[in-house]
Write a protein of this length. Sequence first.
Length: 181
Amino acid sequence: MGTNPMRIKKNLPLASIFVIAIALDQALKHWSMHHFRLNQSEPFLGMKSVLLTRIANSGLIWQRYSTLFPGQVEPYIRYIPTAVILSFITGFLYFEWNRSSRLVKAGFTLFIAGGSSNLFDHWTSYFVMDTLRLNLLNHWSQPVNLADIWIAAGIAMMFSSWVAEVFSDSLAAYWKRVDQF
């Protein structure tokens, strides 16, 4: 049984999103490692609301587990996240892929690309390089990297698509009841 060329062609944009998202994140991390000292920040293109940084994050989710010693932290930064990402991929592909909208698929692709990029850093070094700080409503965010942004954007895309689907189904049911009167 051969592979359907139309299926490959249909999913090529999603595969491209996956590769490009990881490449951009890794390129910015590489660039910041070679242009900044540790904990150094500079405004991005003169914008005071976005700082390029070089911050080594040895934990998860804003330094969580970063106080553990090497040898104790691996389950939290390598093994458990790897199992979670593989579970998400398997579950989504098996249960959701064929019935999901393009927006949900694109969001899932960004979510997995961001998680994979950060996980790659944890497997190849002891830390993840955080490269951005954002000034949101006069409050500086925790340091993040593009992978974190991909994860957040992917979750937002999936959530908004599911909310729109539920809302449209509810609205259709409402108008169907109104038409009965």
